[in-house]
Design a protein around this ligand. Sequence first.
Ligand code: ZN
Length: 154
Amino acid sequence: MGGLDDLYQQLILDHYRNPRGEGRLDPATATVAENNPMCGDEVTVDVRLGDGRLEAIGHTGQGCSISRASASMLADSLPGRDAEEALELIERFRLVMHGEAEVPDELGDAVALEGVQKFPARVKCALMSWLAAREAIQAALAKDPETEGAVDGR
Ligand code: ZN
């Protein structure tokens, strides 16, 4: 028993030890820092947008394995998507962490964090980087002159 839990545990450890997207983005369209004083976790998330598309996510920080693995899974699953789609997936992940949705396939390895919802004290660890990314994407969309009215110019 516990095969799935073991697999998820391995995935979390793998992302913790080999974080995807770790480092600052240069240039970045927007940057948001978040922290979780309850656990001592800190994260800074950079996003780069181009033509309404989320081109890249970078993250730096320190904290527990769940917080670091979650930032890695974020950077692994969202870049390359339309910014609006990325925001929808972040909202889905937030609902998953509150036990109100299933993990969609698009979120890839983040499925391993599904079980965190059973530990309310750790939910913030998992959500922190995703909420920082949401804020950064929204800030970047507000800044990106090509997002609105990009249909003209032919
Ligand atoms: Zn934590």
